[in-house]
Each structure stands twice: as structure tokens, then as C-alpha cells.
Design a protein around this ligand. Structure first.
Ligand SMILES: Cc1cc2nc3c(=O)[nH]c(=O)nc-3n(C[C@H](O)[C@H](O)[C@H](O)COP(=O)(O)OP(=O)(O)OC[C@H]3O[C@@H](n4cnc5c(N)ncnc54)[C@H](O)[C@@H]3O)c2cc1C
Length: 322
């Protein structure tokens, strides 16, 4: 089996499947010292569950924990909540450590006749481009300064993106993701930059074609990214672990791909409604039945990221009242 891409889901799968005795080879052309474009924020409680499966101490990779988290919006004031697992971690070292001693190559992978897992994230290197894709621009600085000492989120008006500041030890990841790159750049004005990274982020589930003959999509390649928070680390690992469970039950490709696809659609069914909610917020069509139905789900996405959010105003923002 081949693993195309050794980001979060691919490096996890290379380690996990090798430990289970599967014959696997990973591929990723990342150059040494590459700084991954990502906020590196995650929920440590969720990460610890995955790390247990591969005998890794997640604690060793945590950089900063969120005691308090400030959430604000262009149309609602700052509010502070307790962190409930939100932290930043050393994602670069984590991914490198997972593949240490494993069978992998630094070549770009283009596919062969064997079963291959498309873990190439935004690239969809094996699954290919699709017209129903939906992505936003995202840019981030590693910075020595930040507007807040705590973890900070500022949601743009009408679901068009958000700005973040995440402590990383004595530095910060300060970033902006949204449909308008000029707006993102405007939000980052005045921040000092040690490093600049960025790429597009997929914010829509692509579950029509999760699998092709001999290819199975995992993680961001099939849109396992929260349409509300842009959280993709834990969702990608969830999809990877679903693949592991299915692969342990069946060696037959048709059975494996059918089981995996239906499990993914079930696990991430809410992403379809959340994506529709974001689109209707952007077009100014608020107070739709769908928005009301998914406002609480949107709040749960923020909770799952590790923030103990309890606020009517944030709920109302997603329902379209403010
Ligand atoms: C600016 C930004 C900030 C973000 N912040 C957060 C955050 O704070 N928390 C969070 O949970 N999520 C965040 N995300 C989302 C998260 O980073 C991704 O959704 C997640 O890493 C996707 O995991 P993955 O395994 O699917 O793919 P990735 O981790 O993106 O890995 C894909 C890998 O595939 C490789 N690749 C591509 N083409 C080929 C090929 N042909 N052959 C071999 N290898 C190939 C790439 O080099 C890359 O290493 C952020 C995203 C962006 C862009």
C-alpha cells in the first residue's frame, strides 16, 4: 500500500499501519526544514487518543496551552471562555518523529497499480481536481508580537473568514483565512514576521468521490476540515483511524472502499449542513431553516476544538441574528 503525502494523516497512517504489520510505503517531497503552513492549534484531549494508538506521548509536543480563549466577531464583542483542551503543539517535529525509521521516500508520488491512500491534503494529487471544490485563502506569520496574550479568534462578518492569534511558546502564530486575500492581508498589517507561510484551505466535504479504483482519500483531500473553525488536524486523524478500522476488517478493495466511504459520510455528515450555513451567511440569506438547525452544531465545532464556549451571542451569530 502507498501513502501519498506525509502530513498529519499520512505520517500517522505510515506509523499506525506499519505497527499493525501492513506493507506500506510513504511519499512526500517536502524539503528538509519546511515549515508547515498551519496554526498548530488542536485539542490535546482528542490528540491524546490518537497518540495512544501509536505509542506517542502527545504531552512531549505541546508548546502552549489555552487557559483562556477570546472570541470576537466583526458584529459581536469580545468574550472570554475557558480553554478545554485547546493548545498549540510542535507539528513539524511531531510529523517528522512519526515517520522516523519508517519506509518512505522524498519523491513526489503520482500513483501506480497498488492501493494508494491520497493523504495529499489540498493537492488531491491522486483524486484529482473537482469542480465542486470550495477553498479559502489563508496566510500566517510566525511573529514575535500579537494583539493578545491569550488564544484569540475574530470572525469576519457574514462567515467570510476569521483572524487568529495562537501563542507558540514565546512567539505567536498570527493568521487570517478568508475568501478575500486583500482582507486577510489587511488584518495582518503591523504584525512583525519571522516567517510567512500560507496556502488555500478546503472548507467543504467532497464526499461524492471519496474513492477511485485503487485510491482512497483521507483527510483534507476529501474535505475533512471543519467548515466553521478550519480545524483539520483532528478530523484528518479521525478519517485515518476510520480507514485503519475498515482495513483491518476487509482486504477486498470494493468492500473496504464501500465501508470506508459510508463510515466517513456518517461521521462527517454535519459538514454538509455547516458548509451550506456558511454559504447562506455569505450571501446575506440569514435565518434560514438550515442556519437555525446548524447553529448549535457550529457551536459544538468550537467546543470540539477545545473551547468551553457558552454564549448566546455566538450562537446568534451563526443563526444569522447578528
Ligand atoms: C494557514 C492554515 C492554518 C491552519 N490552522 C489549523 C489549526 O490551527 N488547527 C487545525 O486543526 N487545522 C488547521 N489547518 C488545517 C490543517 O492544517 C489541515 O486540514 C490538515 O493538516 C490536513 O491534513 P492532511 O493529512 O489531510 O494533509 P496535510 O497535512 O496538508 O499533508 C499533505 C501532504 O501531502 C504532500 N503532498 C502533496 N502532493 C504530494 C504528492 N504528489 N506526492 C507526495 N506527497 C504529496 C504535501 O507535501 C503535504 O506534506 C490550517 C490550514 C491552513 C492552510
Amino acid at each position: 500500500m502507498n501513502i501519498c503525502g506525509l502530513g498529519i494523516s499520512g505520517s500517522y497512517l505510515l506509523r499506525r499501519l506499519s505497527d499493525l504489520g501492513f506493507q506500506v510505503k510513504g511519499y512526500d517531497p517536502k524539503r528538509p526544514g519546511y515549515y508547515i503552513p498551519c496554526g498548530y492549534a488542536t485539542n490535546e484531549n482528542n490528540m491524546k487518543e490518537f497518540c495512544r494508538q501509536i505509542n506517542v506521548e502527545f504531552e512531549d509536543y505541546i508548546v502552549s496551552r489555552a487557559e483562556n480563549v477570546i472570541i470576537s466577531g466583526d458584529n459581536f464583542p469580545e468574550q472570554t471562555f475557558r480553554g478545554s483542551g485547546l493548545c498549540t503543539f510542535d507539528k513539524n517535529r511531531f510529523e517528522l518523529d512519526l515517520v522516523k525509521g519508517m519506509n518512505y521516500s522524498t519523491e513526489r508520488f503520482t500513483g501506480n497499480s497498488e492501493l494508494s491512500l491520497d493523504c495529499s491534503g489540498i493537492s488531491r494529487a491522486l483524486l484529482g481536481k473537482t469542480i465542486d471544490d470550495y477553498t479559502m485563502n489563508a496566510i500566517e506569520y510566525l511573529s514575535e508580537n500579537s494583539g493578545h496574550d491569550n488564544f484569540y479568534f475574530n470572525f469576519y462578518r457574514n462567515g467570510t473568514g476569521y483572524f487568529w492569534e495562537f501563542p507558540m511558546g514565546d512567539k505567536y502564530h498570527v493568521g487570517a483565512g478568508g475568501i478575500d486575500q486583500n482582507e486577510n492581508m489587511r488584518r495582518l498589517e503591523g504584525f512583525q514576521k519571522i516567517l510567512v507561510t500560507g496556502r488555500r484551505i478546503r472548507l467543504k466535504p467532497l464526499f461524492e468521490n471519496i474513492c477511485l479504483p485503487n485510491v482512497i482519500g483521507i483527510g483534507e483531500s476529501i474535505g475533512c476540515v471543519s467548515p466553521i473553525t478550519g480545524e483539520g488536524i483532528v478530523p484528518s486523524l479521525r478519517s485515518a483511524e476510520i480507514f485503519v478500522e475498515c482495513a483491518r476488517k476487509s482486504e477486498d478493495f470494493s468492500e473496504l472502499s464501500a465501508n470506508y466511504s459510508s463510515r466517513i459520510i456518517k461521521e462527517f455528515a454535519r459538514y454538509e449542513g455547516l458548509h451550506r450555513m456558511v454559504l447562506s451567511m455569505q450571501s446575506g440569506r440569514v435565518l434560514t431553516f438550515n442556519n437555525l438547525k446548524y447553529a448549535m452544531t457550529a457551536l459544538n465545532e468550537i467546543r470540539d476544538f477545545g473551547i468551553d464556549v457558552k454564549a448566546r451571542s455566538i450562537l446568534l451569530h451563526f443563526a444569522g441574528f447578528s
